[in-house]
Design a protein around this ligand. Sequence first.
Ligand SMILES: Cc1ncc(COP(=O)(O)O)c(C=O)c1O
Length: 368
Amino acid sequence: MTRRNILLNPGPATTTDSVKKALIVPDICPREKEFGDLMQEIRKDLVEIAGGDKNYTSVLFAGSGTAVMESTISSVVPPNKKILILINGAYGIRFAEIARTYNIEVVELNFEFGKRIELKQIESILRADEEIACVAVIHHETTVGILNPIKEIGEITKAYRKTFIVDTISSFAGVPINIKDFNIDFMMSTSNKCIQGMAGVAFIICKKSALEKLRSFKARNYYLDLFKQYEYLEKNNQTRFTPPVQIIYALKQAILELYEEGVENRINRYKENYRILKDGLKKLNFKFLMKVDVEESNILTTIHYLDHPNFNFDILHDKLYKKGFTIYPGKITDLNTFRIAVMGAIYPADIKNFIKTLGNVLKEMGIN
Ligand SMILES: Cc1ncc(COP(=O)(O)O)c(C=O)c1O
């Protein structure tokens, strides 16, 4: 058995031994029917977990989360149309950077990192600019731990008949999401976050009618062409290019374990982990970045450095790392913060143990 590390970074997350073991399978050519059938099952499972039905499908790509963000943006925005991107964190900025890389015209609606997205402002932009065809937003902005109101945004995009793109990379299977009820056309995630598989495969869950519209669009790139990958999967039961075979076996195992636990129970386990984490950190005098007037993800929190001359994040990280706990740096350049996430195969007892260890390490550093 491999050593069990508790990863408190927001993915790749801690996996179970059974998911690790699922990587070891007899060698198989991914063009064999047996492997194609496995991918078909996974594609169906992903739609089901997202709350979709026969009107939805999913498409797999080898790659990380950014690959499917890029595939979606480069494939979905119609030629000569604009995309509205709602930004309150670093991943929203990434959406805009991807669009600009493809010379897609972007309208940005910016809010301070971690601040609430104002729905009225979305409406007034959509009302004023008919050239906007798509709206994109991050569900769980992992920069800070805020949950954006995708249900309410989906009502607006539906009313204005815009294609709705949601990055659910760090929320899928960890926060309640329903692709139908939220009027989402394209949502994306990866194998290695709340689904608790291994890093290397990413996926887009799509409304079929929205996907069909892409058929006539000229491709903006080669490898990440969403429609071509979909068509190839449908026709041939294969991805266009070599998939990460073993990672896909591990993903199937991770999905089985998600069904065994139940999505709702998983969401509740993360909530409980998060509650124990925040209570423990408060007792150790840590202060949080997020204000109370926004919705927290219950998966990740951003924490200010302690105001003490002996506090040093790198030393704290290294000491905790040696004891099997990985904490994560902040992503806000002008503030001294770090982040802790509770996704993955980690349980309330692990978080209690972490808080105890953190207290001891702070004492070692001369911080009482
Ligand atoms: C919300 C969100 N989007 C996109 C990404 C990028 O994913 P990757 O690093 O796998 O490319 C992340 C990674 O943490 C994320 O949390």
